[in-house]
Design a protein around this ligand. Structure first.
Ligand code: TYD
Length: 190
């Protein structure tokens, strides 16, 4: 089973991914959790760029795709073939959202990704309004940056929500506390 958690920053993806892995573990299932960007060479370059200066939109998109190809080949595909449960914190839906905001067409990004990246069985969109998300990560900047940032996150949220009618998608209201959100995810899976 292939499960992906998505949502804007501050929605609790990494915690939910860990709790979900525990739940499968308790059921005796072998679980692999991972995240994107990965800790591989392309993922590291992408994470570094957060502090050393953002890459051009083209390079950024290219690095995310290279990072993901490697992730699919080396971890995702082999784990699924071995019958493991794979849980990802971010996947190509994040590329649709974040690189979509940088000017690329989300539909085209999706098409490109689906030529090499398997479609998940379940996509959980952890949904939270931008105000709450920013409060949770506790980082508010100066007024000008803040406006730009909020605007970008709002657009990301809208792109994630545009996937809500896909047969594999579940939108999870993430205003609730961690345990309740986890319960909601487990209920959908059960
Ligand atoms: P994030 O999960 O927030 O990393 P960390 O755990 O280090 O905080 O991801 C880092 C950023 O990368 C996040 O702002 C979203 C962005 N991102 C993209 O722009 N495109 C993508 O395809 C992915 C996977 C992530």
């Amino acid at each position: 089973m292939f499960i992906v958690l998505e949502g804007i920053d501050g929605t609790g993806k990494s915690t939910q991914s860990r709790l979900l892995a525990e739940w499968f573990g308790q059921q005796g299932r072998e679980v692999v959790t991972s995240r994107e960007p990965t800790d591989g060479p392309w993922g590291r370059k992408l994470r570094e760029s957060a502090s050393t200066g953002r890459l051009s939109a083209e390079d950024e998109l290219e690095y995310f795709l290279k990072d993901r190809k490697q992730h699919v080949d080396e971890l995702i595909q082999p784990s699924l073939e071995a019958g493991k449960v794979v849980i990802l914190d971010r996947y190509y839906f994040s590329t649709m959202a974040y690189q979509g905001v940088r000017g690329f067409d989300p539909t085209e990004i999706r098409r490109k990704n689906e030529t090499f990246a398997p479609v998940p069985d379940h996509l959980f969109i952890l949904d939270l309004d931008v105000d709450r998300a920013l409060d949770r990560i506790g980082s508010r900047g100066d007024a000008a940056n803040e406006f730009e940032r909020r605007d970008a996150l709002q657009k990301c949220r809208d792109i994630f929500l545009s996937l809500k009618d896909e047969p594999f998608a579940h939108v999870i209201d993430s205003r609730r506390d961690l345990e309740e959100v986890q319960e909601a995810i487990r209920a959908e899976l059960a």
